[in-house]
Design a protein around this ligand. Structure first.
Ligand code: AMP
Length: 471
């Protein structure tokens, strides 16, 4: 199961009662992370004696109501939003996960994907552990509980990390103690900051901004942070020579107003657009983004190419979940429900259309057809990422290799399939330089098929499975 998720943790110290309860703060933070997962949401807070959880399927406003949230007592808590198209979409898979054990409770919220989750689960099941869901997160929770029976939280976490292969950014509560952990290669983002009465840890800094907090820094790859007695304790458990930050966070996934591993996503996307204009210039009358994902790169492209930025498409931001009846007419309605053309802006123009990525190619095809039908004389597609040629095993729900259009077709083949007059993808160097992080410290598995860790069934490895260097 591949998961795209957002995690958050909040702890408030000192004066009681706090003006804004922790459960509410987590709820606001989850709102800021809603783009990371729309399938389910959950909050767990600990009142000093036991954990209390609210979780359910749907968007944040669908899952929580004010009275129930305010009734969730406790100064410390974690939250989660989840999206998964593969695997089961069941309430059992909603997070946070809670595992009760001899000495208390462990609650866990996870963003990422384990490559060896299945094997670990089989081992644990053979030892008598009982699982209620089918996600990796529960595996991590059971491993942690097992270690906690023998070791203190720091040593327990070190022993858990030794067993995991894959990506994981975690917000954890061991009873009422909040911890944050990022895998030793730092695939998925995780950062923390202060709020007036305590600390917040979150997948993206926008969640900290939303709480009117101050971003302190990213959690380092291989670092465990414990928020205890009003202090931040840092344990650098593992230190690898390289990291493997996910490039797709910058391309598409993260919000542009987030700062991830020191880079403002907006700036990265603007540079992507500028670079794209240099790599693939074209004569056009207007540069239009595919909203919302192409907006920032389109601004960069327009700036660099000196072609007018003008919106040719408008997205319905309130679409949420819609039921669509079968049939071609309804499919057309479904597309128009999500996106409409601004005919007067497009008619008679050569349109340079900017989007962040092409995965299956179906969206691009539909949109380009819409722009043509609205009267564009030419449509030139410019894409703010290199061709996606291989699946992601590390936490982005991309598509299988069969479905990835660039895995099977040449650029000319994709150009024909999406019905563009021309198509230009950003180069890998262009992307890496726009991100501003050395290529050795990025995961570009989906662009090259060479992954930073061993993936069963995949032959290429960017560098051999890194030996975990204890620190
Ligand atoms: P398609 O080529 O039809 O699969 O759709 C590509 C579009 O989907 C791009 O314009 C992206 O904005 C968006 N997209 C890319 N990756 C993802 C993802 N992992 N989850 C959801 N949407 C995505």
């Amino acid at each position: 199961m591949r998961e795209e998720c957002g995690v958050v943790g909040v702890v408030q110290f000192d004066e009681e009662p706090h003006p804004v309860p922790s459960a509410l703060r987590i709820y606001y933070a989850l709102y800021a992370l809603q783009h990371r997962g729309q399938e389910s949401a959950g909050v767990t807070v600990h009142d000093g004696k036991e954990p209390h959880t609210l979780k359910g399927m749907g968007l944040v406003p669908e899952v929580f109501n004010k009275d129930e949230l305010v009734a969730l007592k406790g100064d410390v808590g974690i939250g989660h939003v989840r999206y998964s198209t593969c695997g089961d979409s069941r309430i059992e898979n909603c997070q946070p996960f809670i595992v009760k054990y001899k000495s208390g409770n462990v609650a866990l919220a996870h963003n990422g994907n384990l490559v060896n989750g299945y094997e670990l689960r089989e081992q644990l099941e053979a030892e008598g552990h009982v699982f209620v869901a089918n996600s990796d997160t529960e595996v991590i929770a059971h491993l942690l509980v097992k270690e906690l029976l023998k070791y203190d939280p720091v040593e327990a976490m070190r022993n858990v990390i030794k067993q995991l292969n894959g990506s994981y950014s975690l917000a954890i509560m061991i009873d009422d103690m909040l911890m944050a952990v990022r895998d030793p290669l730092g695939f998925k983002p995780l950062c923390f900051g202060t709020i007036d009465s305590g600390y917040v840890v979150a997948s993206e800094s926008v969640a900290i901004d939303t709480l009117n907090g101050k971003l302190l820094r990213d959690v380092n790859p291989g670092e465990l942070i414990i928020f205890r007695d009003g202090e931040v304790e840092s344990y650098q458990l593992f230190q690898e020579k390289y990291c493997a930050h996910c490039v797709f966070e910058y391309v598409y996934f993260a919000r542009p107003d987030s700062i991830i591993d020191g880079q403002l996503v907006y700036k990265v996307r603007e540079k992507i657009g500028e670079r794209l204009a240099r790599e693939h210039p074209v004569s056009g009358d207007m540069v239009s983004p595919v909203p919302d994902s192409g907006i920032t790169s389109a601004i960069g492209y327009a700036k660099e190419s000196k072609i007018n930025y003008e919106e040719g498409l408008m997205k319905n931001r309130y679409i949420g979940r819609t039921f669509i009846l079968p049939g071609q007419a309804m499919r057309e309605t479904a597309v128009r429900l999500k996106m409409n053309t601004i005919g007067q802006n497009i008619k008679g123009k050569k349109v340079v259309l900017i989007d962040d990525s092409i995965v299956r190619g179906t969206t691009s095809r539909r949109i380009i057809d819409m722009v043509r039908n609205a009267g564009a004389t030419e449509v030139h597609a410019r894409i703010g990422s290199p061709p996606i040629i291989a699946p992601c095993y590390l936490g982005i729900d991309m598509a299988s290799r069969d479905e990835l259009i660039a895995a099977h077709k040449s650029i000319q083949g994709v150009e024909a399939m999406i019905n563009a007059d021309s198509l230009g993808y950003l180069s890998i160097d262009g992307l890496v330089e726009s991100i501003g992080i050395d290529r050795d410290n990025l995961c570009v598995g989906c662009l090259t098929g060479a992954y930073p860790v061993d993936i069963p069934g995949e032959s290429l490895c960017q560098r051999k499975q890194l030996k975990l260097n204890e620190f």
